[in-house]
Design a protein around this ligand. Sequence first.
Ligand code: GDP
Ligand code: MG
Length: 626
Amino acid sequence: MATMESLIGLVNRIQRACTVLGDHGGEGMSLWEALPSVAVVGGQSSGKSSVLESVVGRDFLPRGSGIVTRRPLVLQLHKIDGGSDYAEFLHTPKKKFTDFASVRKEIADETDRITGKSKQISNIPIHLSIYSPNVVNLTLIDLPGLTKVAVEGQPESIVEDIENMVRSYVEKKETTSSTLKLLVAPNCIILAISPANQDIATSDAIKLAREVDPSGERTFGVLTKLDLMDKGTNALDVLEGRSYRLQHPWVGIVNRSQADINKNVDMIAARRKEREYFETSPEYGHLTSKMGAEYLAKLLSKHLETVIRQRIPSIIALINKTIDELNAELDRIGRPIAVDSGAQLYTILELCRAFDRVFKEHLDGGRPGGDRIYGVFDHQLPAALKKLPFDRHLSMKNVQKVVSEADGYQPHLIAPEQGYRRLIDGSISYFKGPAEATVDAVHFVLKELVRKSIAATEELKRFPTLQSDIATAANEALERFRDESRRTVQRLVDMESSYLTVEFFRKLHLEPEKNTNTNPNQPGPNADRFNDNHFRRIGSNVSAYIGMVCDTLRNSIPKAVVYCQVREAKRSLLNNFYAQVGRREKERLGAMLDEDPQLMERRTTIAKRLELYKSARDEIDSVAWK
Ligand code: GDP
Ligand code: MG
């Protein structure tokens, strides 16, 4: 794997970026999508598994004569930060393989599990992940070998089946993912394996590669088994591109023979042997530096690097787009709050002011609700005044009763002064009801506007504690205003009783009328003194006076209510609260700015992601210009 070192730095940086992107599901993308995979294609026993192992630098694949690879093996190499290598299969999650011989056995067993011990093939892939500090993140795919004829125990369709399966892995794929529209879907790199001891013209690998990649830009021609060529023949025509031209140079390979495998010759020894083979070869000596598994790995990693670099601008574009989105979301849910108490106090006051602005808009217009106060004055109060029971109170009978009682033993001579006063006082006291009802009605409108304003203050949304603090403070203030307003309207009513408008009575005819009632069937206690008309007139005089008072109060009660409640609410709704907040110590201030825990969590998550995305961008920026 040493040859892939140069790729490691680059891919790791991009990996870090992509993990961030991919970790967050849905909108993200994973490095596996950003990086091309590498698949080996070739005839049966051409050495595909052997080449793949060489590229990875590990022995873990079943190899041998006959059809050994009977299911696709999707091998994901994962770079880890430290520790020793281990492998995991998708079909045995949580089971860690640290012994690679048992990995090979598990591949063979798992193949048999689906296909039986027969020579059947299956297109259900085996997923194997290898975790190692010494690999780059890369997907490699080992495929069953292409064949020409079905052997004993295989269905006739096997030739075609294998070809279709292989094709499905290496065909050019169009991108469907919306995220990846930014990124051109990376297409599989083809390692087209042909054995040197067969005529290249008969190579299944080349045939298929040419079909799916006519320009040859993603095909690497690999010639195996150079050591098995007939004495006196060589592969120079192929290796030097004369037999069949590919865009990338051909690479000759000498893998371990079956005898080597049987003797457990390890990877290092095999590589040394391969190097010796080329160095001492009379035919290939001049090509030594461009032959062998290590060189192939280097070539492949350089190619991967080019492909990845081409992808960098679109990865950066994707990251930038996400950064913009995250910033927008942070703006929407609100930035984090400052921790020092000065800034917190400032924030609280700003939020209160924002609430106050909304509240005033409700009152003054621009937002609905303030008009309901006018509704109270224009509709509710006059209706309540109209309903007062003056008819009953000033009925002839009651007038007679009140006047007579007020006169005592001496009936009045000219005008019943005391009777008038009692009747007027009694009537005026009825105004207290509608006056207080008006105060209460406006109080409830104001309370409702406070509630509405809190809900409508965008800036407050994230602070439930402060919301309820403001609500409490505002409602307390409204209560105080209501008390004051109540006292004031009561006074207005009391004032009407305390001094009567004298002019009103001067204009009236107040003298008692002679009793003309001679009906003996209607004797009353005063029947002998005053007739009914006299009391009727008193009643109507008082009623006229009360009508005048009513007009006055209909106008003055709204003035008092606005003065005491509405105007104060606009002027000083939160004044007490400001004073309290100013005296509060640091901890309490922080507590007032408590937010919905879910929201705080969301913000932290976004902030963290933003941080990671930015570092991912820096990471990628730093490799983009090398
Ligand atoms: P696959 O079927 O294409 O995966 O091929 P394998 O990698 O399983 O190899 C098939 C057989 O060919 C094994 O016995 C290997 O040891 C042998 N083999 C592969 N490459 C070479 C090579 O370059 N030289 C020699 N001598 N044997 C090889
Ligand atoms: Mg194989």
